[in-house]
Design a protein around this ligand. Structure first.
Ligand code: SAM
Length: 332
């Protein structure tokens, strides 16, 4: 299967960062056509499905392009070979995926129809693979519950779905920058306990599960321990035993967050995965991505993914895992 073009779906506004990222990876891809949330590339030779393995953080989905069509039916005709069809559209200033009930299997051929206007449809193909979103256009469509104190709830839920994160109630997560508690709430709802590090106040909805001392963990229900300090002052004693995941959502530069990540991984050697929200002042800082990935490699994480999620603005999710073991995460 070959095509002269590939297309990428991205967050509207991330097109320039996507082009810069492709350029900095020396992929040999050249811009061919661009709309908000949609960029096509060409290269010297034809693309195959393997070209879609390029780990582009700014692309929520990459497809072999089967071209532009004037109607949805015509676009669908071009991807008849696909086992599952996804529909996406640029609507209300977002690149949206339309809900799809089908559950994707690794290796399955997926067809995507992208609607950019009343007579502009694009057809594309890709194979589902580990660490690719199972959702059309990489848009989870997950709706945040009213009781969530922050949008960070969505960041956690979308990352779990996008990467199929193997988080279970046996895990204990330490989260730097945990206030007011959207991530902690999402974890509690998944039955997962956490130690949150943040000098700021937590919302009542998560304080209901708070324990006063790290040594007082209830055996039968998930708990939350608030270490009310800046990250740099948190110690091994604050963490306690059994921490298996590191997360950070601190409003700090990638350098500060990665430095703390390295320190926490030393304090808690049982950490098997890290999920960090990297907050940038400008998306073009994506040109620093090799440095962020090298920092996680130095910490001993062989499986690393950097990804902009649909819920992100000037942010990226940086994931590191000790093993490539990926399971389909169970939604609460
Ligand atoms: C975007 S908010 C986090 C939202 C939170 N994760 C949630 O789920 O609701 C950023 C937080 O980072 C915290 N923060 C900034 N610098 C920090 C530091 N050095 N140590 C700990 N927390 C920090 C701030 O106090 C703020 O509460």
């Amino acid at each position: 299967m070959e095509s002269e073009f590939i297309f990428a779906l991205c967050n509207p506004g991330a097109e320039n960062a996507l082009k810069l990222e492709a350029e900095s990876m020396a992929l040999g891809w050249r811009l061919s056509y661009q709309r908000r949330g949609f960029v096509t590339f060409k290269a010297d030779g034809p693309f195959t499905l393997e070209a879609l393995d390029a780990p582009l953080a700014c692309a929520r989905r990459l497809c072999l392009s089967l071209g532009r069509a004037p109607t949805r039916d015509e676009a669908l005709r071009r991807i008849e070979a696909a086992a599952v069809i996804h529909h996406a559209r640029y609507f209300e200033r977002k690149m949206q995926g339309l809900p799809c009930a089908a559950c994707l299997r690794i290796g399955q051929l997926v067809g995507t129809v992208v609607e950019l206007g009343p007579t502009e449809f694009w057809a594309g193909l890709h194979r589902h693979a580990p660490f690719l979103s199972p959702d059309p256009a990489g848009d989870s469509g997950v709706v945040m519950p009213l009781e969530s104190p922050s949008r960070a709830w969505l960041k956690l839920e979308e990352a779990v779905r996008f990467f199929a994160l193997p988080l279970t109630p046996a895990d204990i997560v330490v989260e730097l920058g945990c206030a007011p508690g959207g991530v902690v709430l999402a974890l509690l709802q998944r039955g997962i306990s956490s130690v949150g590090v943040d000098p700021a106040k937590m919302a009542e909805v998560v304080l209901a599960s708070a324990i006063a001392n790290r040594s007082d963990t209830p055996p039968d229900k998930p708990w939350f321990f608030h270490c009310r300090k800046p990250a740099a002052l948190a110690s091994k004693r604050d963490l306690g035993p059994g921490v298996s995941w590191f997360m950070s959502d601190m409003n700090q530069s990638p350098e500060v967050v990665l430095k703390e990540c390295a320190r926490f991984c030393k304090m808690a050697p049982g950490i098997r995965g890290v999920l960090i929200t990297l907050k940038l002042t400008d998306l073009l800082q994506i040109s620093d991505k090799a440095r962020w990935i090298a920092a996680l490699t130095d910490m001993g994480f062989p499986t690393i993914r950097l990804q902009q999620l649909s819920v992100h603005h000037k942010e990226f999710a940086l994931l590191g895992m000790r093993s490539g073991d990926v399971r389909i995460a169970v939604r609460p």
